[in-house]
Structure formats: structure tokens, C-alpha cells
Design a protein around this ligand. Structure first.
Ligand SMILES: CC(C)(COP(=O)(O)OP(=O)(O)OC[C@H]1O[C@@H](n2cnc3c(N)ncnc32)[C@H](O)[C@@H]1OP(=O)(O)O)[C@@H](O)C(=O)NCCC(=O)NCCS
Length: 351
């Protein structure tokens, strides 16, 4: 029997979430069979064998909102929402932000359903790692409750948490947008010194129209003022890491007469190649389409900067061809740029 759920996949910059399959049994047993994993999961027995995994796949994992977390084709964990959000990762995969990344994607999908209720979750008191994940996902502590842990065959104190639709919506809306590893916020004049350092190097500035290299701090301050947040297209936001350090910017041009605006972005060179721009744009683009009645989004990149094209294609943009770009501060003559577009209709069809 084919199950339409088998066709559903959620892609994140580093992970693919898909339905569980019978062939996942060995990886599940290896992951959850580790007492360091099962001791934090209330309903899971220890030892945990193939029969337990088969029972799980047949009874629970066929339901909606049960996701196998895979990376490069291999199953590394699971995440589910039944009466609350629960998850696990194989121990070798901890500490790389995967649970947080999967959580953002699963929760986005949950709240995309207007009927879906607020989420609950929780963790055993001493499972600080899971508390860190839930806090990053926006969950707030609501109380304490003893919980029975099957693997340890005893009751332990646990902390209960809730994530409301309103809180999630706020976290995923402009101009304060939260992603697994970053936060976006309006730029201020105090950001100018740091921004001029990040943007004012040839490798970054050459991909922008208005930034010179080096970039004097006073000019960066004016640039920030010109692009301040104004609740309509034509603004730039700072991208910060989770420690509050400014690491880049995401911007949207004013809309043209056809209702099309362009997105622009850069991150600090030392952070290239980690999927950060994809992660930020995956949240920024839906937030832009939700906030403004734009018909489409455009993006250009230098023809000699193919990495940017890869990001745009992953985000669903179509390549429209090469065209002559605007004159930039680093080039006296306009040069060809590759031109991409994401139509609202195409974007909405992907939801
Ligand atoms: C919980 C679990 C899924 C976390 O996965 P992960 O991919 O390592 O989590 P992330 O990397 O996304 O986030 C871990 C966060 O925990 C926090 N953290 C990690 N170790 C911590 C510690 N010792 N003390 C306090 N916080 C800690 C940090 O906030 C970290 O986030 P950071 O990126 O800001 O540093 C994984 O440890 C696991 O499978 N544990 C066993 C099963 C389990 O506990 N499931 C949840 C049941 S409630």
C-alpha cells in the first residue's frame, strides 16, 4: 500500500525530515538503544531492540507529525508531535544544532495549519541540553511535574514548557526574526563599525551595489540610516548570531511598479559555507511575502559567484538569464549578473 505521507519531505539547510521506513530499524536501535539517549526519553524501554523499533514503526510512526531526521541519507534521529513535542538524536550527532534545526522546520509546519493548538514539551530537570534546544525554539517554562522514565524505571522531576502560536508567530515575523542559529533585527548607528568591517572587504563589497572596500564607518552609518526598518519594502536588517554578535545583513529593496522587490544579503567571510544564508533566507522570504503584498522577489548575483546561485535555487528561485547589472562601487563598468526570480504563486505552491 502506498501512503501519501511517504512522499512528504521537509528539507532544511543540513537535514531532510521524512517519514520512517522499515529499513530504519537498525539505525533506530543503534540510536535509542544507547542508554545515554533513552534515559532522557520518558516512554522508551532499555535495553531497546529491533522488536521495539518495529513496534514503534508500525504503531506510532505512521501517524502525521512523526519525522525521521536524516542527514546525507542516513537516519540520525527522530522528532514527533503527539500530545507534546519529543525528539532524540544519535549521540554522535549531538552538539551541532541539528535538533534545533529540525525543531524549527517541524514547528513551522505545525503552525502552518491554522487549527493547530499551542505546543507543549518538557524535559527531565537535569537534561540541560534538551532545555537549551527548547528555549532556542521559543518554549517557555510553565511548571514542574514528576515523570516516569521507563529506561531508568523510576520517577524523576521534570519541567514542563509551552510554545504558543503567538510567540512562534512573533519569532518568525519581521523585523525580529529568529532562525535556528541567528536572529535578525533592525540595524542601529552603533552597528556601523562592525558592519563596515564585515562588508568593507573586496570579496563582500564586490557583490553589492553600494558598498566600497574599505568601507568608512561614517558611510556605513549613512547606509544603515538609509535602510532603516520602515514597515514597507526598502530596508536592511542585521543578522546576529545567538551570542548577539553582528555577522551580516539581509535586505529588501523598495518594490518596483510591478510589485517586485529584490533581496540582498551578506555574511562575514569567515562564516561562509555553513548554510547560514540559506537558513536566514528560508525564514526571511516567507516573512517578507507574509508582511507585504509583493508579486515576486528578485535576486541578482555576479556571474562569477555561482555559490550564490546555488543558494537561490535551493530557495526556489528560477534563473531568468544574465543581464547587465548596476554599476557598483568597486567596478566602474557594469558587469553581467545572473538574474533570479521567485514568484509569489510559485512560493505559495511549495507550502
Ligand atoms: C536533546 C538532544 C536532541 C539535543 O540535540 P543537539 O542537536 O545536540 O541540540 P542542539 O545542538 O540543537 O542544541 C543544544 C543546546 O543545548 C544547550 N546545551 C548543551 N549542553 C548543555 C549543557 N551541558 N548545559 C546547558 N545547556 C547545554 C545549548 O544551549 C545548546 O545550544 P547552543 O547551540 O546555543 O550552544 C540530544 O542531546 C539527545 O538526543 N538527547 C537524548 C534524548 C533527549 O534528551 N531528548 C529530549 C527529551 S526532552
Amino acid at each position: 500500500m502506498t501512503d501519501r505521507r511517504d512522499e512528504i519531505e521537509i528539507k532544511t539547510p543540513r537535514l531532510t525530515l521524512r517519514t520512517f521506513r522499515a529499513a530504519d530499524v537498525p539505525a533506530i536501535v543503534e540510536g535509542i538503544g544507547d542508554f545515554e539517549v533513552s534515559k532522557w526519553l520518558a516512554p522508551v524501554p532499555h535495553p531497546y531492540g529491533p522488536a521495539d523499533a518495529e513496534w514503534y514503526l508500525e504503531t506510532l510512526a505512521r501517524q502525521p507529525n512523526y519525522w525521521a531526521i536524516t542527514r546525507k541519507g542516513a537516519l540520525i534521529g527522530g522528532m514527533a508531535i503527539d500530545d507534546s513535542l519529543g525528539y532524540w538524536l544519535a549521540r554522535s550527532e549531538w552538539g551541532q544544532g541539528y535538533a534545533t534545526e529540525a525543531g524549527f522546520a517541524v514547528i513551522d509546519r505545525w503552525f502552518a495549519n491554522p487549527e493547530a493548538p499551542d505546543l507543549t514539551s518538557g524535559h527531565f530537570d537535569d537534561n540541560a541540553r534538551s532545555g537549551g534546544v527548547l528555549c532556542k525554539l521559543g518554549f517557555e517554562y510553565t511548571g514542574r511535574k514528576p515523570m516516569f522514565c521507563r529506561a531508568r524505571d523510576a520517577e524523576f522531576p521534570s519541567r514542563r514548557m509551552t510554545l504558543s502560536r503567538a510567540k512562534w508567530h512573533e519569532m518568525r515575523s519581521l523585523p525580529h526574526l529568529t532562525t535556528p542559529r541567528c536572529v535578525l533585527r533592525p540595524l542601529t548607528a552603533e552597528d556601523a563599525p562592525r558592519l563596515s568591517e564585515i562588508g568593507g572587504i573586496p570579496e563582500v563589497a564586490r557583490n553589492t551595489v553600494s558598498i566600497p572596500a574599505p568601507w568608512p564607518v561614517d558611510e556605513a552609518r549613512d547606509w544603515i540610516a538609509a535602510g532603516r526598518w520602515k514597515e514597507r519594502p526598502g530596508f536592511r536588517l542585521g543578522i546576529l548570531d545567538r551570542n548577539g554578535q553582528l555577522i551580516g545583513m539581509a535586505g529588501l529593496s523598495p518594490a518596483d511598479q510591478d510589485g517586485i522587490a529584490s533581496v540582498a544579503y551578506f555574511v562575514e567571510k569567515s562564516l561562509w559555507g555553513r548554510g547560514l544564508v540559506t537558513e536566514v533566507m528560508e525564514a526571511f522570504i516567507p516573512a517578507v511575502f507574509r508582511a507585504f503584498p509583493l508579486k515576486a522577489l528578485d535576486a541578482d548575483h555576479d556571474t562569477d559567484n555561482p555559490a550564490s546561485g546555488v543558494v537561490l535555487r535551493k530557495l526556489g528561485f528560477d534563473y531568468l538569464g544574465d543581464r547587465l547589472g548596476a554599476r557598483t562601487r568597486l567596478r566602474l563598468e557594469p558587469e553581467p549578473v545572473s538574474h533570479y526570480r521567485l514568484e509569489r504563486s510559485r512560493f505559495e505552491a511549495r507550502l
